[in-house]
Design a protein around this ligand. Structure first.
Ligand code: ADP
Length: 642
């Protein structure tokens, strides 16, 4: 290209959120700086996967270059390290978008999490959020990327340069081969990344399972042929990684460490997985599966755009990095690889969705995941509970979504309960096995947190009868429990909804009470229009009153959830006010009403009984000033007596 027509260098600004991320990366990450190499190698490997996949239907992309490899090139004089690939490459527009101007969804939340995260977990967060490229700036004060999109002409390469501060430049340049070279101009105190031993070590530790050779020229002294005892320096290209496709190997040959290292590589988790599932399915469809159940909720689950589903390989070619069709949404935390030679190589998402093979694989691996979870719950309960605390809220979605597997999913849920100490969980089987003979239903209570649930009046009757109540404190529980009806032939019942069946002695008492309190209740119904009904309670022992929802109605907790999400504003459904016939206040009120049903105190005390029930269920009072007035009136009387 002649000088005159050479396109000029353009300077562009990084998107502001990216500037913040860059600043954080370069100024706050001190430990594990070496992971920058893993990120660049993993991008290079993705780019090779991409060209292999794209070239299935378009072999012109290949330019004859199909010896897939990732090269590390060291220049000690210039103090540069280059990671070079012959993958799909990037066009000018892609490079501008991908390395500078496109903000991913959830960036704000990511920045906040990064700022709060402890230092050890920060580098992993960067990889998980998909800004791994920028980790190059932890060790480089300038990064140059030269790339050409496979299929573009040689003079349509692009050079991108940045010091990782406010801006970057791009320029159209010639590039002979397609693919990408990322060159790091290493900082003065990061020169160790020019050393062979250090690069070897980092590749071994973080990129050993990358399936393309990561190669480097190394200098060795080798004997000169024919001349004894004489050696000469020879440069040879060596492969630094073992490229082991773990899922293709037999289970007995694989050490736990190898599984863990592979898991860390594909998941960006810094800990070990809770469980490994590795098997080869034989029969109608043959496929190999290596899946991991994480022990911790992956950070990307908390941001806008999590990568969901295992990698899908067909005949050793990675067809999809994340095959979400492979698993139901409630198993989206599962990481790993599925390798099936029976699927067509050019399978697209559309074809895949209707493919009966996929359906078979999916059913098979879902079943395996369930059995693994069931075994873990049975044999390693504490570990299972730890897993469930992290990921149970996602797994539980399945109870509402997957009708076919509802029973299994219901049995996989574990909960805190009234009779277990705080932080301890109980399984559904334990709950049912411990039910006394006179208890027919599975009782649960949903709310924000245990502390609040423990103090509600709804538990009084259960304490009295020795029946346990499950505590459900995940926001998802309300939605889930509206579709789950029973477990082991026992019906679920919310402790704060509907009637609680009275026992025999209580029944006899209740009949008398009905008569005694009838007139009072009729009067109160006429005065307190905030509730749909007023009745005597079978669930209260110590408290004077409480509010309950109708059997099928929305609970107060659900209404609060909906309101927080901006839905159902002002949609308060009216509840039922229950009064405790054994409580002195309710008894006193009945006597007051009996002697003079028009006494104004009947209404104000009745209203106070309603208002204390509103507060007890954790809701807000409609008229807090009126409430304070009523309380003060009573206090004044009390004080006058003093
Ligand atoms: P992630 O790889 O998780 O998307 P990165 O910040 O590491 O996040 O990379 C951003 C994007 O830049 C990649 O998604 C890819 O489109 C592009 N990219 C990075 N490195 C390469 C490469 N070696 N070859 C082709 N594209 C690349």
């Amino acid at each position: 290209m002649s000088e005159a027509s050479a396109p000029s260098t353009e300077t562009m600004e990084f998107k502001s959120e990216l500037r913040q991320i860059l600043h954080l990366i370069t100024h706050s990450l001190y430990s594990h700086k070496e992971i920058f190499l893993r990120e660049l190698i993993s991008n290079a490997s993705d780019a090779i996967n991409k060209i292999r996949f794209n070239s299935i239907n378009n072999s012109d992309l290949l330019d004859g270059d199909t010896e897939w490899k990732i090269r590390l090139i060291v220049d000690k004089d210039k103090k540069t390290l280059t990671v070079s690939d012959n993958g799909a490459g990037m066009s000018r527009d892609t490079i501008i978008d991908q390395l500078g101007t496109i903000a991913k969804s959830g960036t704000k939340a990511f920045i906040e999490t990064l700022q709060q995260a402890d230092e050890a977990s920060r580098p992993e967060l960067i990889g998980q959020f998909g800004v791994g490229f920028y980790s190059a700036f932890m060790v480089a004060d300038r990064v140059t990327v030269v790339s050409r999109l496979a299929g573009d002409p040689v003079d349509q390469g692009v050079r991108w340069v940045s010091a990782g501060e406010g801006d970057f430049t791009v320029k159209i340049v010639d590039k002979e081969s397609h693919g990408t070279d990322v060159t790091l101009h290493l900082k003065e105190d990061e020169q160790e990344f020019l050393e062979e031993w250090r690069l070897r070590q980092v590749v071994k530790e973080f990129s050993d399972f990358i399936e393309y050779p990561v190669v480097m020229d190394v200098e060795r002294n080798e004997p000169v042929e024919g001349e004894d005892e004489k050696t000469e320096a020879v440069i040879r290209e060596e492969t630094l990684n073992s490229m082991k496709a773990l899922w293709l190997r037999s289970k007995d040959e694989i050490e736990a460490d190898e599984y863990n290292a592979f898991y860390r590589q594909i998941s960006h988790d810094y800990g070990d997985p809770a469980k490994v599932i590795h098997y080869a399915a034989e029969g109608l469809t043959e496929f190999k599966v290596l899946l991991f159940i994480p022990a911790k909720r992956p950070f990307d689950m908390m941001f806008g755009d999590p990568k969901v589903g295992p990698r899908l390989y067909v005949q050793r070619v990675q067809i999809m990095e994340n095959c979400e069709e492979m698993l139901p949404p409630y198993l989206r935390f599962i990481k790993g690889v599925v390798d099936c030679a029976d699927l067509p190589l050019n399978v697209s998402r559309e074809i895949l969705q209707q493919n009966p093979i996929l359906d078979r694989i999916r059913k098979n691996i879902v079943k395996r995941i369930f059995t693994t979870l069931e075994e873990m719950k049975k044999d390693e309960f504490d570990k299972y509970v730890d897993f469930f605390k992290e990921l149970g809220l996602i797994l539980k979605e399945g109870m509402a979504q997957d009708f076919e597997n509802r029973d299994t999913l219901t049995s996989l849920a574990v909960y805190e309960s009234m009779n277990t100490e705080a932080g301890k969980y109980i399984s559904m089987d334990e709950y049912v096995d411990q039910m006394p003979p006179d208890q027919e239903e599975i009782y649960y209570l949903i709310g924000e947190h245990r502390g609040m649930l423990e103090r509600t009046p709804y538990l009084e009757v259960f304490r009295d009868r020795g029946w346990n109540v499950l505590f459900m404190t995940d926001p998802i529980d309300e939605f889930v429990m509206s579709s789950v009806t029973e477990y082991r032939d026992k019906k679920y019942k919310a402790a704060n909804k509907g009637d609680i069946a009275a026992d025999e002695s209580a029944k006899a008492r209740a009949e008398d009470d009905e008569k005694t309190f009838k007139a009072l209740i009729e009067t109160l119904k006429g005065k307190i229009s905030d509730v749909q009904d007023i009745r005597l309670s079978t669930r209260l022992k110590d408290s004077a009153s409480c509010l309950v929802a109708d059997e099928g109605a929305m609970s107060a907790h659900m209404e609060r959830l909906m309101q927080r999400m901006g839905e159902g504003e002002g949609q308060d459904s009216k509840r039922i006010l229950e009064l405790n016939a054994g409580h002195p206040v309710v008894q006193g009120l009945q006597k007051l009403h009996d002697s003079d049903s028009s006494d104004v105190r009947v209404e104000s005390i009745g209203r106070l009984l309603y208002e204390q029930a509103v507060v007890a269920e954790g809701s807000k009072l409609d008229d807090p000033v009126g409430f304070a007035g009523r309380i003060n009136e009573l206090l004044v009387k009390e004080l006058i007596r003093v």
